[in-house]
Design a protein around this ligand. Structure first.
Ligand SMILES: [Zn+2]
Ligand SMILES: [Zn+2]
Length: 348
């Protein structure tokens, strides 16, 4: 079968390989990958700026159908449509694992980063990671379950949003637009900010329900916030851009006792005005990855049909077209970019 693999450490050490996949182990299932999404992490792996462990097949965001089950698998059968948590390995013994926070375990290895992932026609995966998809969820939108579970963790588990709050979402990439969708579910007003490079993403944000969109290179964010909130300030900042200036801008427009949730990751250390955190008693928090609860809630949200996730999908490529797909992803031309992993060239 075809698999897009990083074959050694280094920049752009990717190639499409023909590999054979063994039968699944007793605790695993084999899935036919339907759609798989390119994540910012995959771009880091491409540029060798992530602690990956090649050789391995890349990819961790996907939807699939079970084609074989291992001997010990009880809860799933051939034909089941599934999505999967990404914890390929963890110790199971440390205090974080005991709390169910496998993503924070020092021994954790995510598939597609340290073990074989899903940019392939088929994959063998731990059955204990799987979630069954309700019938009405499309395989395309289900491929967004993994990034959505990160947003569910950040917004629903780590932040508190009340109806009528004004939320600033900085960074209108796929994660920011999903954060916008969830903030709207809570009945919040949302100001979505980005730069001129994000023009089409900001416009999509407007379509998805943003009350105000701000190009911070052309408009004064603090003036927009002051007018919109009648001087009260932002209640919750969901920082999804991973840019230092966006952090400082977010801290400055946040009200006293407001909440700041950092979702985006920074390419390097940033200069942040920490005094704002003290003077305004800001609740500043990080969040990484997700939990089993956020996966369960993600599947329920998919089933509800309340989130227009398919609008985030801008491109679908075949695995043969992987170089073009990564070029589009790197240049941030589109939004969510998927592989139709079993399609032939030109037919995705
Ligand atoms: Zn991802
Ligand atoms: Zn552990």
């Amino acid at each position: 079968m075809k698999a897009l693999r990083k074959f050694e450490r280094g920049v752009k050490k990717f190639r499409l390989e023909d590999v054979s996949l063994p039968d699944p182990l007793d605790h695993e299932v084999q899935v036919r990958v339907e759609f798989a999404g390119i994540c910012g992490t995959d771009i880091h792996i491409y540029h060798d700026t992530y602690a990956d462990e090649p050789p391995m097949t890349i990819g961790h965001e996907f939807s699939g159908v079970i084609t074989k089950v291992g001997r010990d698998v009880k809860n799933f059968k051939v034909g089941d449509r599934i999505v999967s948590e990404t914890n390929a390995e963890y110790c199971g013994e440390c205090v974080l694992c005991k709390k169910g926070r496998f993503c924070l375990c020092d021994q954790r290895k995510a598939f597609g980063q340290k073990t074989d992932g899903v940019f392939a026609e088929y994959a063998n995966l731990r059955a204990s990671n799987l979630h069954l998809l309700p019938p009405k969820v499309s395989m395309k939108e289900a491929a967004l379950a993994e990034p959505l579970s990160c947003v569910v963790h950040a917004v629903m588990e780590r932040s508190t949003i009340l109806a009528g709050d004004t939320v600033l979402v900085s960074g209108p990439g796929p994660i920011g637009l999903m954060a916008l969708m969830i903030a709207k579910l809570y009945g919040a007003y949302v100001i979505l900010s980005g730069t001129s490079m994000d023009a089409s993403r900001l416009a999509l944000g407007r379509e998805l329900g943003a009350d105000v969109i701000v190009d911070v290179l052309k408009e004064d964010l603090s003036q927009v916030v002051t007018e919109f909130t009648r001087g009260r300030g932002i209640d919750v900042v969901l920082e999804c851009s991973g840019s230092g200036p966006a952090v400082n801008a977010g801290l400055s427009v946040l009200r006293k006792l407001g909440t700041f949730t950092q979702i985006g990751l920074f390419a390097s250390a940033v200069n942040v005005n920490l005094n704002d955190i003290c003077y305004k008693e800001i609740n500043y928090q990080g969040c990484l990855s997700k939990t089993n609860w956020s996966w369960r809630r993600t599947v329920e949200l998919l089933d509800s049909g309340e989130l227009p996730l398919e609008k985030l999908i801008s491109h679908v490529f075949t695995l043969d077209e992987w170089e073009e797909a990564f070029t589009v992803a790197e240049q941030k031309q589109g939004n969510k970019i998927l592989f139709d992993t079993n399609a032939q060239r030109g037919n995705a």
